[in-house]
Design a protein around this ligand. Structure first.
Ligand SMILES: [Zn+2]
Ligand SMILES: [Zn+2]
Length: 165
């Protein structure tokens, strides 16, 4: 049992009904979604009482098969293969559902592990910020997550819908 109010290692007090202290999290901060939006260094994380996991230094295996470039050349034996991420070197596998999906949409077998793919996807998202801008077409004031220094052309909802439908 943990007593309430709870005092964490840094002496911060948590009352009943408050968010649970981060030090109770079974996951490391740098492995969480929070890290994707608010990245901090290891030192900063530790100062804030967040858990941190250092990279696993074990040696990963080499891929057990050479993956064909085109999905049409990929056989079902890929499901038994161990693959190696070309970015971080970690091993990963392809599961049946993934393979079915990739075949259906004619997509190649990914050469990055799931975590590297996720990090790459997050990098493409707009930051959680709202900017006041005006529609390039009609000049109406709009709020958008696209900052004004970005190359994208931003329309208001009405102009956008007229354009895409
Ligand atoms: Zn990776
Ligand atoms: Zn407009």
């Amino acid at each position: 049992m943990t007593d309430v109010p709870y005092e964490d290692k840094l002496g911060r007090v948590y009352e009943y009904g408050e968010m649970l202290p981060a030090e109770m999290s079974p996951w490391a901060y740098n492995e969480s979604t929070a890290y994707e939006w608010i990245p901090v260094t290891k030192d900063e994380a530790i100062k804030k009482g967040l858990n941190w996991r250092d990279p696993d230094l074990r040696k990963y295996k080499d891929a057990t098969m050479e993956v064909p470039k085109h999905i049409k050349d990929v056989k079902d034996d890929i499901l038994k293969a161990i693959l190696k991420c070309i970015n971080c070197g970690k091993n990963y596998q392809i599961i049946q559902k993934e393979l079915t999906f990739l075949r259906r949409f004619n997509l190649p077998i990914p050469d990055h592990c799931p975590l590297c793919r996720d990090r790459a996807r997050i990098k493409q998202l707009n930051p959680m910020m709202i900017y006041n801008r005006s529609c390039v077409k009609c000049g109406k004031d709009i709020e958008t997550s696209y900052a004004s220094n970005r190359p994208e052309i931003v329309y208001c909802e009405k102009c956008y819908q007229q354009e895409v439908y």
